[in-house]
Design a protein. Structure first.
Length: 308
């Protein structure tokens, strides 16, 4: 979802901040049958502990034997809740599990609001965070990103509007759903100004606290379009049996990054090298392929690799 954290105080996702922690042990990942969806886990292979990479971890994490990782739960196929309504499934949980296995530690997932992620990592409430956050230059003064996926933004519309919308400029005068705290909120604000200059009606932007509200607005006809991250747009279109269509050409390609405290250089190095090992041994490709997002694969686990 090209999520964006506006400064100085972010408008973030506010739904369901869970105070307790959801603990997920390092269990073998089940094979997804019939393709990945929010009810299954990917077919990612279990990773072996690398003692040299384990030694790179900060002493407190080695002693605890656990990484505490903040994440979301409502943006398939990147992350969502499984059929038990508590297990996190998707690209992001699977990648974190693979990284943790490589580092020889377990994972405790903490479901948190999007706008609390940077502060939570800075304050060491969380060791890491992963929640479809773009690696953008303006954030790097506060946090370090280990990039794990290349993404873009796209437009999703109900089938009846597919012939009328092909770009942001076609949203003038239309009701458009976006998720709070995302880069697409700013995209549509910029488009409002362009529509005004062109003498066309401005898009009516419907901002929802989570993606669920956006897709409900589409299904009920309250919204005529949704603008969001391409992986989720494609996922929702595929799940809709033709009722929703991805239209136009994706725009703004940037990586998503795992958030690490910029002062914790040892942890940055450990996470980057562990992810690179998962990339090199093929586990990364299997995870992305299982969740049908292989087009976003990176060859290198870059640090702060988003374009300036």
């Amino acid at each position: 979802m090209d999520r964006q954290l506006p400064a100085p105080r972010a408008r973030g996702r506010t739904r369901r901040v869970v105070a307790g922690l959801c603990v997920t042990a390092l269990l073998p990942l089940a094979v997804a049958c019939g393709g990945a969806d929010p009810t299954t886990r990917s077919a990612a292979p279990v990773q072996k502990k690398d003692p040299a990479l384990h030694a790179l971890l900060p002493a407190k994490i080695r002693a605890a034997g656990t990484l505490t990782v903040a994440t979301g739960d409502d943006y398939p196929p990147l992350v969502s809740l499984g059929t038990d309504n508590k297990t996190l499934v998707g690209v992001e949980p699977d990648l974190i599990q693979a990284i943790a296995q490589t580092l020889g530690v377990k994972v405790t997932f903490a479901r948190a609001s999007f706008d609390s992620l940077i502060g939570g990592v800075q304050s060491h409430r969380y060791d890491l965070a992963i929640q479809a956050m773009l690696d953008k230059p303006e954030r790097r003064g506060r946090i370090t990103f280990v990039d794990y996926f290349r993404t873009s933004s796209s437009i999703l519309v109900p089938e009846q509007h597919a012939k009328d919308v092909a770009a942001l400029g076609d949203l003038c005068g239309r009701q458009v759903a976006v998720e709070q705290g995302t880069a697409q909120v700013d995209d549509l604000e910029a488009q409002r100004k362009k529509c005004a200059v062109a003498g066309r009606g401005a898009p009516q932007v419907l901002v929802f606290p989570d993606s669920v509200g956006c897709f409900q607005a589409l299904s009920t006809g309250r919204a005529e379009a949704f603008v969001g991250g391409t992986p989720t747009v494609e996922y929702q279109a595929a799940q809709s049996s033709g009722r929703l269509r991805k239209v136009g050409t994706p725009y703004r390609f940037l990586p998503y990054g795992i958030l690490v405290d910029k002062e914790d250089k040892a942890l940055v190095k450990a996470v980057q090298k562990a992810l690179q090992k998962v990339i090199d041994n093929g586990g990364y490709t299997k995870i992305l392929t299982a969740w049908k997002v292989g087009a976003g694969a990176l060859r290198q686990a870059t640090v702060n690799g988003g374009a300036v």
